[in-house]
Write a protein that binds this ligand. Sequence first.
Ligand code: SF4
Length: 694
Amino acid sequence: VIDRGQPEHSVVTTCAYCGVGCSFKAEMKGSEVVRMVPNKDGHANHGHSCVKGRFAFGYATHKDRIKSPMIRKSINDPWQEVSWEEAINYAASEFKRIQGQYGRQSVGGLTSSRCTNEEAYLVQKLIRAAFGNNNVDTCARVCHSPTGYGLKQTLGESAGTQTFDSVMQSDVILVIGANPTDGHPVFGSMMKRRIRQGAKLIVADPRDIDLVKSAHVKADYHLKLRPGTNVALVNALAHVIVAEGLANDEFALARCEVASYEKWKAFVGEERNSPEASESTTGVPAELVRQAARLYATGGNAAIYYGLGVTEHSQGSTTVIGIANLAMATGNIGREGVGVNPLRGQNNVQGSCDMGSFPHEFPGYRHVSDSETRAVLEQAWGVSLESEPGLRIPNMFGAALDGSFKGLYCEGEDIAQSDPDTQHVHAALRAMECVVVQDLFLNETAKFAHVFLPGASFLEKSGTFTNAERRISPVRRVMPPLAGYEDWEVTQLLANALGYPMNYKHASEIMDEIARLVPTFTGVSFAKLDELGSVQWPCNEKAPNGTPTMHIDEFVRGKGRFLLTEYVPTQERTSSRYPLILTTGRILSQYNVGAQTRRTMNSMWHSEDRLEIHAHDAEQRGVKDGDWVGIKSRAGETVLRALITERVQPGVVYTTFHFPESGANVITTDNSDWATNCPEYKVTAVQVTKVAGP
Ligand code: SF4
């Protein structure tokens, strides 16, 4: 234990890791953080925290932080430290040169869930107003873009429906494709508390996650499905509800589009969607599915929680739609204890999407073709805006390899490690003429960059994060930025150098502009957040203090809409050459690509990614616990140490992806969700063989 002395004062801010968005007091001695203490008044965490949040300050002052801007003409050259002015002017002149040479669409930018709302808003504004195109995307592309699509299509709003606290009113909890105790630990503990009080639990997951059977809780039903078969399972649950007359017709007929409901009932009622017909696809015994469906439909308040095990599939959007269908058909929406609750992986996935970080949507989820919104923004921003959607991240990579996309401004996202089919991503980055990376560390993407702009950690900036329950929480500057600027200031410098004037004095002024322009944010201000602690959007004239539960009297889109969810098998098939399915996930002590947690005390608990393999599959390959194994897919190959376990089923292997050297995304393929291009990280056919070592 390191003794950092007694704190002198504290600053309330918000954790920068997962979508729970815990409130913390950073206890300070001078400008040094002594410790992070969970805030008892925090609305999302009520004084609780996990091991990630407590030690997060470790990475803020880590020796690997880059404190000076750097440039280089070629990625083979060494970096040269330069002044901020030189770096910004060089980046701006390169973007202008590229646009002059290759056209307006040849550049774009990425925001990130690591950004505050204000930063994400400013990056998309820079792309739209200074670059003059819609080539802006965000890392939600690779995690929850299907949530945005599926919930908007069915319910009318791209967001979860409840507060976290709402789970304490649930009688039945259905967790599908999520591992809350590792991915969202503070909420996972709350869920466990409710289960210990007597709520019933259904888990649909290919693995024995902690919730299935731990010292404290045990799932009533574990639907241990094969990876890639979520849609078939959700359809089978719906079939039982309809065929056994368990649907809440009164709710569905009053609140939803009747024709869509009738059509959906006829579709899921078909015999091919029955649990018996689906059993050979999902691998889940039909009787178990029947019992789980009866419990969900008739057990009282039933809430669904889902995560990346739903979205990161070729049918991610279809499963999200299927989940919304289940909630509408059973009337489990629009009050406490029920609802459809996406567990967002990162702290500001919700916020970065809310702020218009998508190529087809302006802030507030308004389509770029919406001329009324365009007129409002054109007036406010003083430019004319494109009405055609821009490029998504995978399209940017494709265009780079075609030679038509040459410049990228990337703030807070490590695409070279986190995006699938690493070789393809690296080739695309190599094909660009100007890659500008704004980050804390020289990450994997920086290896392909020409300009590096040092970013500020969450402790060095002011702004807001929006968590998985739409809760906007304050991020408050605890210490001065190590490199001199908060991230929004760097974006502002770049916009000005590009010839588009920005003149914000403080992040609060950016939020004031957001409140003027986004109808669901008109009541949000830094002053209100200081007064109330946090608010959940919509926060506007109708709901000045925010909206904990959505869709109470009517859906945001008016009537709820059922959509059909035809199961289409993934293209990623096993074969005699690639007989196992690899799926991926997280572990409690590490966070995503590990750029932050690997630089904290968290590495005491978990210092490498391992391949979980069932004893049966291990024995067939002569693999013992701790042996090195080669993992080869159609996309690439890597090497990990084996962990023999019965948590995975035979035929399925599993790894986390927190360490770059483990190369998890070298093997994932470029298959993606049909509606949003969210990568299919969760299903990769692989062969596993014992090898000598890396
Ligand atoms: Fe809370 Fe998530 Fe941070 Fe843990 S990582 S402290 S659960 S916000």
